[in-house]
Design a protein around this ligand. Sequence first.
Ligand code: UDP
Length: 317
Amino acid sequence: MARVLLTGAAGFLGSHLCDRLLAERHQLTGIDNLSTGSLENLSHLESHPDFRFVTHDVRDPIDLGTFDIVMNFACPASPPTYQLDPVGTARTCFQGTLNSLEVARRDGARFMQASTSEVYGDPTVHPQPETYRGTVNPIGPRACYDEGKRVGETLCFDYHRQYGLEMKVIRIFNTYGPRMNPDDGRVVSNFVVQALLGHDITIFGEGEQTRSFCFVDDLVDGIMRMLNSQSGFTGPVNLGNPEEFTIRELAEIVIEMTGSQSRIVYRPLPTDDPRQRRPTIDMAQQELKWSPSVRLREGLSRTIEYFDNVLSRRSAA
Ligand code: UDP
């Protein structure tokens, strides 16, 4: 049983991690500024004896007790959302990581950083191994997040080298599942919600760009394996599902699975949208004995069921 601080606890990934950490009997403090996260994601934990939630912005210094483990998952992650306040996003990545690292340094805690496949930018190497250094456009509209996450990794490695901090960096590829925010503009949530409502399905560009979608339960399993891995293993390690789909394929699968009458419409491709993305997961397989097991259709069916419930509650209200 460890005392764990989790930033971004009310978010999509954060809330699933709360469940898992509590199931493993840790004593958990979750913080979130609720800018993109939602207390609804945590409502079932309200009276859990080992859980404490504090509304707190990770950009402000954190002084909430002593911890054995610090996990930094606080940041808006959807492109339209993180671009609403790009300066704020860059600060969350930099100042938020710095503040979280300071807690770990002060307490001698183990640190985990949620990094991202976005550090590879619009990749020229495919699939992407951890050794690939990426092609991020430092002055584009995605840079607040991409460069922010890159400097987050830099801070982790510098704290490790300079202060001997024990830390682990994971690079998370596209993840989906229940508790995604239906309005945050991600492709899976957009397509499923559009299909369920019979609205047009909006493909950006030609739909030839690819992504590899990991179901949230698989990802959480990989995160926990990384957290519990031997102390010298820092990563960065890719965590994602290597099954790759074009965005048009995803749209067609969602339409078929929901039995929707929605039409596909094409909208302009956002600036710097990566054309292809698929993780190499050899490192995770070897070091963590991890690989994802939920196929896209299986994960989508659980996600469709979730959004169906959310939309029914909304229309009842
Ligand atoms: N996308 C799309 N329609 C949408 C939302 C997203 O075609 O309604 C595309 C987007 O341009 C990108 C891919 O789907 O190529 C994945 O987008 P998302 O925002 O989920 O995540 P990203 O991987 O770009 O961070």
